[in-house]
Design a binder for this molecule. Structure first.
Ligand SMILES: [Zn+2]
Length: 145
């Protein structure tokens, strides 16, 4: 696959192995604009680790990532927690605990966390697109497989 980070994320999502996790956080760190953020290297590494953890366990805890819930009247409706996105919004206090920072120090890391999450989403999107394309090609030409 053309995108190394996306390929590792794909493998990590399927295997949950420590080696893929470590490789994903390292590749993410390498793709971060290190000079743009005036953040110590160790802090940036912790941000990358947390971003991969959040990506891996990013399903909404209320609807399990489906974006829909069944209410007491047995009607399906959009999940009020994630508003139908299926993604879990990690609360600030949980993120501060994971990073070991609080207050202004945490506020300064929010743009760094956002960039890390964006890089992961882009990498995931590239690989998902590649896999979809390859699967579709196989369906178009089933006799050539
Ligand atoms: Zn939800």
């Amino acid at each position: 696959m053309a995108d190394p980070l996306g390929a590792v994320l794909w493998r990590l999502a399927g295997s949950f192995d420590a080696q893929s996790f470590h490789k994903a956080e390292t590749l993410l760190y390498n793709e971060m604009d290190v000079e743009h953020f005036t953040v110590p290297r160790q802090t940036l590494l912790r941000v990358c680790r947390m971003a991969v953890q959040e990506w891996l366990a990013g399903s909404c805890r209320v609807c399990n990532g489906r974006g829909m819930i069944v209410d007491a009247d047995n009607k399906r409706r959009r999940c009020p927690c994630c508003r139908g996105s299926g993604k879990w919004q990690y609360p600030a206090d949980e993120r501060m605990t994971m990073l070991g920072v609080c207050g202004d120090k945490f506020d300064k890391l929010i743009p760094v966390l956002d960039e890390a999450a964006m890089i992961l989403e882009l990498a995931e999107g590239v690989v998902t697109g590649q896999v979809s394309f390859q699967l579709e090609r196989k369906q178009v030409n089933p006799l050539k497989i």
